[in-house]
Design a protein around this ligand. Structure first.
Ligand code: AMP
Length: 187
C-alpha cells in the first residue's frame, strides 16, 4: 500500500501515519523526521537545514528531492509506504510524478486530513506548551508561519490532486480513532 498523507501542522498527520504503519506493516517516509535526523547528527545538510526549519520555512526542493529519491528505493519500501510531509510544493509533486514513473511505482491513495484553521491554532498552542523541548519549530509564532507556508505552498499541491480526482479528504476535527477509521475505510 502506497499513499500520500497531507495535513497542516497540528492536524495529527504524524500520529495517523504511525498508526497506519503498524496496521499495514508499511514504512513512514517523513521528510521532516529525516531532516531532524540530519540536524541531530550535525551533518552539513543538517546544519544548513536547521535555520530554515527553525523559522518554519521550507528547505529547498533539490535537497528534499534527493533525500526522497534515495529513500524510496530502499528495500523496506517494497511492501508500501506513507509519504508524510512530501510533496509540499507543486515543484516537488511534479518531480515525484517523474520519479514514480521512472521507478514504476504507483501511489494508490492521496489523503488529506482537513482541519479548520482556528482549531489548528488552538491545537498548536497546546502542543507548543506540552512539547516545549522536543521541537524547535513548535512555538506558536513559528507554527503560525508554518500554517501560512502550508496555505501558500502546499494547498496548491492538494488542489492539484483534487483536479486529478485523486484526493480523499477526511475530517480531522474528529477523535484520533475516528480519523483513523475514516482513513482505513478509504484504503
Ligand atoms: P514536518 O515534520 O513535516 O512538519 O517538517 C518540519 C520542517 O522540515 C518543515 O517545517 C520544513 O522546514 C522542513 N521540511 C519537511 N518536509 C519538507 C518538504 N517536503 N519540503 C521542504 N521542507 C520540508
Amino acid at each position: 500500500m502506497k499513499l500520500i498523507l497531507f495535513g497542516p501542522p497540528g492536524a495529527g498527520k504524524g500520529t495517523q501515519a504511525k498508526m497506519l504503519i503498524d496496521k499495514f506493516n508499511i514504512v513512514q517516509i517523513s521528510t521532516g523526521d529525516m531532516l531532524r535526523d540530519e540536524v541531530q547528527s550535525e551533518t552539513e545538510l543538517g546544519k544548513s537545514a536547521k535555520f530554515i526549519m527553525d523559522r518554519g520555512d521550507l528547505v529547498s526542493d533539490d535537497i528534499i528531492f534527493a533525500m526522497i529519491k534515495k529513500r524510496i528505493q530502499m528495500s523496506d519500501c517494497n511492501n508500501g509506504f506513507i509519504l508524510d510531509g512530501f510533496p509540499r510544493t507543486l515543484n516537488q509533486a511534479i518531480g515525484l510524478e517523474g520519479l514514480l514513473e521512472d521507478l514504476k511505482i504507483e501511489i494508490e491513495k492521496v489523503i488529506e486530513i482537513e482541519v479548520d484553521e482556528n482549531l489548528l491554532l488552538e491545537r498548536i498552542n497546546k502542543r507548543a506548551l506540552e512539547d516545549k523541548n522536543t521541537r524547535n519549530d513548535d512555538n506558536s509564532l513559528i507554527l503560525k508561519n508554518r500554517i501560512n507556508v502550508y496555505k501558500k505552498d502546499t494547498v496548491p499541491v492538494i488542489e492539484y490532486y483534487k483536479s486529478l480526482r485523486r484526493l480523499n479528504t477526511i475530517n480531522g476535527t474528529q477523535s484520533i480513532e475516528k480519523v483513523f477509521q475514516d482513513i482505513v475505510k478509504i484504503l
